[in-house]
Design a protein around this ligand. Structure first.
Ligand code: PLP
Length: 395
């Protein structure tokens, strides 16, 4: 009989020549279990998705309840769907008043696409500022604002009028002018290997955007929903973006994203042309029900409490001559090593020893730590032991 692995390689699209090829049978809380029943502690959360752990009972319950009512009804923005409006109401209650209008998408890249269109339409400008080493998704618009030529070169021409400036560099802020529609920035650069900007820099960026009438788009697709110790990372900087991008952890494991702005800004999608942004599945009722349940878990269980202690524990335990630095905020951390060879070697050993760990798109010399926020002290110690042992084994 043909194995699942063979089918995977033959009949599902491949995005690299060296996939991990781990076949998982089920997942629960902090652990994944393979087809032999071997447990893996998840230190990546499916790339910052499973922040409340895998298959949280409250999320499963919300999904089941919605399954008994309806699935897809019609395209986005026509019928009143309770899961969509209740989630938007909840998001409104935890966001500043100017972030009150939610447009749901299926993914992070789609949130980025919608936000770029919204900013161009609202400002009637086309110049966009993005950042070196940024990542906002893989669709054409999102790829156009990605700050890494290696991933873009084969797909040109991309969107015109995009300029890349240096992250966290005050001098470059002058490149934002009255011609600039928007600046799109990650609240903390993720795929660059977790680069945390200065608070004063983010505040200066906000001021410059105010001076030039430029919309500030914050991509919180990785940082959102408690990962950095605050519900949203913009709270660390005491500023409010004009457009907020969410996805990944939003759905508690279900696919959903959003771009969120003021009603005044969002309303430009209604006219000239009508239906300025359309999606069939965006805001799927099952995903919205799961997202509301997930957000309630984060808030009711106070999952952000203790994140900085967990961050400190990782930083205290992961000491080794081969580890150059541990960077990041909350449970969005990078272990800086020296070579990709060592990163890959350590990752493989970790997986063999029951720990899921990975690297970053623009920084393949560092290992990613992004576990579910529910990780315990015992599991942090266990993970660090496995990482240190693997680090000791490499040259
Ligand atoms: N923005 C950031 C900061 C991301 O990390 C990602 C995905 O890794 C995206 C956008 C794209 O999200 P998606 O993969 O859901 O399209």
């Amino acid at each position: 009989m043909i194995s699942h692995k063979q089918l995977f390689l033959q009949n599902t699209a491949q995005t690299s020549s060296f996939p991990r090829l781990l076949e998982i049978e089920r997942a629960e809380g902090l652990y994944l279990y393979d087809i032999e029943g071997k447990a893996y502690l998840d230190l990546v959360s499916g790339f910052a998705v499973s922040s409340i752990g895998h298959r949280h009972p409250k999320v499963i319950e919300a999904i089941k309840n919605q399954l008994d009512k309806y699935l897809h009804l019609t395209v986005y923005g026509e019928f009143v769907q309770a899961p969509q409006v209740l989630l938007a109401q909840k998001l409104g209650s935890v966001l500043p008043p100017t972030l009150s209008s939610v447009y749901y998408t299926n993914s992070g890249a789609e949130a980025c696409e919608g936000a770029l269109k919204l900013a161009k339409k609202y400002t009637n400008r086309s110049h966009i500022i993005a950042f070196k080493n940024s990542y906002h998704g893989s669709t054409h618009g999102a790829l156009s604002v990605m700050g890494n030529e290696y991933y873009k070169q084969a797909y040109r021409p991309l969107l015109p009028d995009i300029e890349f400036i240096k992250f966290n560099a005050f001098a470059d802020l002058e490149r934002i002018t009255t011609q600039t529609a928007c600046v799109i920035i990650e609240a903390i650069q993720g795929e660059a290997g977790v680069q945390v900007p200065d608070v004063l820099y983010m505040q200066a960026l906000r001021t410059r955007c105010n001076q030039t009438g430029t919309l500030l788009i914050f991509d919180e697709i990785q940082t959102g929903f408690g990962r950095t110790g605050k519900l949203f990372a913009f709270e660390h900087y005491n500023i409010t973006p004009d457009i907020l991008l969410l996805a990944k952890a939003m759905g508690g494991g279900m696919p959903i994203g959003a771009f969120i702005a003021s009603k005044t800004i969002m309303d430009v999608l209604k006219e000239n042309p009508i239906l300025g942004h359309i999606t069939t599945f965006g805001g799927h009722p099952v995903s919205c029900a799961a997202a509301l349940a997930s957000l309630n878990v984060i808030l009711d269980d106070n999952l952000m409490e203790g994140i900085s202690e967990k961050e400190n524990l990782f930083k205290t335990l992961l000491v080794h001559p081969k580890i150059k630095e541990i960077r990041g905020k909350g449970l969005m951390l990078a272990i800086q090593l020296d070579t990709f060879f060592n990163v890959e070697n350590i990752s493989k050993q970790c997986i063999e020893n029951g720990l899921i760990i990975d690297w970053f798109l623009h920084c393949d010399t560092a290992l990613r730590i992004a576990p579910p926020l529910t990780i315990t002290t015992t599991e942090i110690k266990k993970a660090c032991e496995i990482i240190l042992q693997a680090t000791e084994n490499v040259n």
